[in-house]
Design a protein around this ligand. Structure first.
Ligand code: FAQ
Length: 330
């Protein structure tokens, strides 16, 4: 369904004077802070925008398992290994909650996965960067999950009920993820000089890719204006990015690391840190599939899907037999 709706998901901002009576009544519900539920009437492009965003979000959780999953066998202690295993498993669960939320809009998980594998849907740019060493794994938990949380805490207030409720649970689990990341990273930052050097290097490399997670600057964000009007998004890309920078700088200082060379200066008048924006040409290049790991990530996902076909077929055969047995017994 989303494949046919892609055009409407990009159809520009709705003006009140152009709305039908039904659309106006819908907007009034949004403005009054009501949640929209699956059986409620909604405009086609509200539905398509949600499927796009929730679908991409779900794909990010699943693809996001890859950079950390590849370090489970190499975790430095059994305790770190058990923690990382649980964390990566949680990400799969987050993907499932989100695919389920998309299903309430009439879009199947199989269809969304097909669109991802055909390169017609996106996942978060951050997962196209490599995790080179153990310091990077701490940094993913601290900085990547930290960025995801800033975004997802805001999304708890999104206007679509199932998405909002999925976010409440996901945020609880993400806060464990960020803490385990900070704990692993702190052990490196406060460790030997070589560990500290690795931690500083991980921070420097991940800083800008993490800022990119919030999307392009507001002036270049295609969807923000309409998504804000519908309260699908409750804060803009730049607002959330600022919030993230403001909360992360004191955490870097606490670790005794140098701030990344990224124009970070406290601005007393604004009451916020000033900082340089990432190189947006790099961001858009990663979105086009040209990041350091895009092709590896997609190949891993497509292979996993194909290798799992026998298991899905087995589950379906079992379900069919169980159903036939149940019906015969009735
Ligand atoms: N990466 O008009 P906007 C996680 C695309 S969860 C890739 O501003 P929008 C947990 C955007 O889709 C991380 N594409 O778009 C974890 C659009 O393209 P389209 C995922 C991006 O939707 C941690 C175009 O650029 N979180 O990490 C990105 O209003 C550790 C124009 O952009 C979510 O998905 C990007 N960074 O705002 C898991 C949160 N940014 O669709 C494992 C929900 C933008 O027209 C390990 N999503 N694009 O072809 C959102 O809040 C929004 O979708 C934004 C983008 C803020 C990401």
């Amino acid at each position: 369904m989303y494949a046919q709706m892609i055009k409407t998901a990009h159809s520009g901002v709705h003006k009140r004077e152009d709305m039908t009576e039904q659309e106006r009544a819908f907007q009034d519900r949004i403005d009054a802070g009501e949640k929209i539920e699956p059986r409620d009437w909604m405009p086609d492009d509200y539905r398509a925008t949600l499927i796009r965003q929730i679908g991409q979000h779900a794909h990010s959780e699943v693809v996001g398992q890859l950079p950390e999953g590849n370090w489970i066998t190499r975790a430095p202690t059994l305790e770190r290994k058990a923690i990382l295993l649980a964390k990566v498993q949680d990400e799969a669960g987050h993907g499932l909650y989100l695919y389920s939320a998309a299903e309430t809009l009439g879009e199947s998980r199989d269809e969304l996965v097909r669109l991802l594998h055909e390169g017609r849907m996106k996942y978060s740019s951050i997962f196209n960067y490599p995790t080179l060493n153990w310091a990077d794994i701490g940094a993913v938990g601290w900085l990547v999950d930290g960025a995801a949380i800033v975004n997802q805490v805001a999304l708890q207030r999104t206007s679509y009920g199932p998405y909002s409720r999925a976010m409440v649970r996901i945020c609880k689990e993400e806060s464990f993820h960020a803490r385990q990341g900070y704990s692993a990273f702190m052990a490196m930052a406060l460790g030997t000089p070589e560990q500290k050097r690795m931690a500083q290097d991980a921070l420097n490399r991940m800083w800008f890719p993490c800022l990119m997670m919030f999307g392009p600057s507001d002036k270049d964000s295609v969807h923000s204006e309409q998504s804000m009007a519908w309260k699908i998004k409750v804060a803009t890309n730049d607002e959330l990015r600022q919030k993230y920078v403001d909360q992360t700088i004191p955490q870097i200082e606490y670790l005794g690391l140098d701030l990344p060379e990224a124009g970070i200066v406290w601005n007393e008048a604004r009451g916020h840190y000033d900082f340089d924006m990432p190189d947006w040409s790099e961001f858009f290049n990663v979105l086009k599939g040209n990041g350091p790991c895009n092709s590896d990530r997609m190949a891993d996902r497509v292979n996993a899907w194909e290798d799992g076909a026998w298991f899905r077929d087995g589950l379906m055969a079992h379900a069919r037999k169980a159903r036939a047995r149940k019906m015969a017994a009735e």
